[in-house]
Design a protein around this ligand. Structure first.
Ligand SMILES: *Cc1c(COP(=O)(O)O)cnc(C)c1O
Length: 462
């Protein structure tokens, strides 16, 4: 399998290079040069009904074949999911009336990011070891990516990790999950700005070719292809293992990585009728899917902070597909978007898109109501991100009459305040989170200033 950039001007790469490169040199994102077909085993939810790791290796193998011997790949996949606290890794709970919750938060940091990053950390380690190289992973987090990335690479020999988060804009629990990790290769930075500022700083560091190669920068945020790849698996698991025939997925969305993975699964032949892109008040994607246009505005803090994003990087991968994989047109559209802050797609493309995608905006009041309503009717507690997906699913019943699978992206205890405001009591606290309150924090605070951040990264990678 070869990988091409969505902007068409970067070298074509192999899996191992794409894994380490993150963003392409032309500012684009890497995608496979073609979509492989799901194997018969994967389609049937086999091999080993119930064995997530075996299904994962089967689904992902076409993307990584050639980079590792199959047995070694299977071993890394198995190892990645061995630490999850549920034997099914991503169990499904039926809520009735064709509504399902797929729980993606059984990994070490209790958010869905672990599913991809526990594997990506191992793939990185293997690839660096093979090459005898070291890297400095630099990333921006709106909350959950950072802790999942840190947890995935802590104490790994050839890796330093520097994670930028927007100061005061992530939950205390999310912050503590990162800042209490006592590993010498882990460096937390709090930026005086928003998540988009953090993401822009990271992009600017990668765009500086000299700095990038001097510091051997690498990325594991959701632009990394291997993360998307790992996330396709649970879509296959949901449909194939439960024998669903007419399925829509409602996906609480921020950077568009999660739902894009669903699109990839569908391109591989998984039958999915619709993707419901659920957003909070930061509804730029709702505009995109309903009107074919989007314009950036200020980021509003909400109860679902991991979705407080205006510019969803991974949308570029979908645009590339919508533009018939024309890198030059994709580059032009995204460069115009950068410059003008707005973007519009053709009416024909929009009409096509509307057949199998919808965008739904859910505000904080509806989010709280969704948590409360589910609790009243079932006793189950969901986190505010999942609640956005749940409310969007309810509202989409008009054009989805099959099953709707809501992806539950975080454990409710990670967002205890929002949950308490909905149900009048805090959610039960799992011991792994309760312990964090006792541990000392390590974090460096910096202004939203590229030079200051670069200097700090250089010190960390030295
Ligand atoms: C990251 C995250 C999201 C958004 O996922 P994207 O892949 O960025 O769209 C939603 N919910 C939670 C809890 C997250 O951590």
């Amino acid at each position: 399998m070869k990988y091409v950039s969505t902007r068409g001007r970067a070298p074509v790469l192999e899996f191992g290079d794409v894994l380490l490169a993150g963003l392409a040199e032309d500012g684009g994102l890497y995608v496979p040069d073609r979509w492989p077909e799901l194997s018969a085993e994967a389609r049937g939810g086999r091999p080993g009904r119930g064995d997530y790791a075996a299904l994962a290796a089967e689904v992902m193998w076409p993307f990584a074949a050639g980079a590792y011997p199959r047995a070694r790949f299977e071993e890394m996949v198995r190892d990645a999911y061995a630490g999850f606290d549920h034997p099914e890794v991503a169990p499904m709970v039926e809520l009735g009336d064709g509504l399902w919750l797929m729980e993606l938060f059984h990994g070490p940091t209790l958010a869905f990011k672990d599913i991809a990053l526990q594997l990506v950390g191992r793939l990185f380690d293997e690839e660096l070891d093979r090459r005898g190289e070291r890297v400095t992973i630099v990333g921006a987090t709106s909350g959950d990516t950072g802790s999942a990335a840190i947890e995935a690479v802590r104490d790994r020999e050839g890796i330093q990790i520097v994670i930028l988060h927007p100061h005061g804009r992530i939950s205390e629990m999310q912050r503590r999950q990162m800042t209490t990790v006592d590993s010498a290769n882990v460096h937390n930075v709090a930026i005086d700005g928003t998540f988009d500022d953090c993401q822009d700083l990271v992009k600017a560091m990668f765009a500086d070719a000299e700095f990038r190669s001097e510091q051997r920068l690498s990325a594991v945020n959701s632009i990394n292809w291997a993360r998307v790849m790992a996330q396709t698996v649970y879509y296959v698991a949901a449909v194939a293992r439960h024998g669903l025939t007419r399925t829509a997925f409602s996906v609480p969305t921020g950077n568009f990585g999660n739902v894009l993975a669903g699109h990839v699964a569908r391109q591989m032949g998984l039958p999915v009728e619709r993707f419901i892109v659920a957003s909070n008040r930061n509804d730029i994607l709702t505009q995109f899917f309903n009107m074919g246009s989007m314009a950036t505005s200020a980021v509003h803090p909400t109860l679902s902070p991991s979705m407080d994003i205006q510019v969803s990087s991974n949308l570029e991968r979908l645009l590339f597909e919508l533009l018939d994989r024309d890198g030059a047109r994709t580059a032009e559209m995204l460069e115009d978007f950068r410059a003008a802050g707005s973007l519009r797609i053709d009416a024909g493309i929009l009409a096509e898109l509307g057949r199998s995608w919808s965008g739904v905006r859910v505000d904080d009041v509806e989010t709280v109501d969704a948590i409360a309503a589910l609790y009243r009717s079932t006793g189950m507690i969901v986190d505010p991100h999942t609640a956005v997906g749940l409310a969007a699913a309810h509202r989409s019943r008009g054009h989805c009459d099959g099953d709707i699978v809501v992806l539950a992206t975080a454990h409710p205890a990670k967002f205890a305040d929002a949950v308490e405001s909905a149900i009048g009591a805090p959610p039960p606290m799992p011991p792994v989170l309760a312990e964090l309150a006792e541990r000392p924090e390590r974090c460096h605070r910096l202004p939203n200033d590229l030079d200051a951040v670069k200097a700090h990264v250089a010190r960390c990678s030295a």
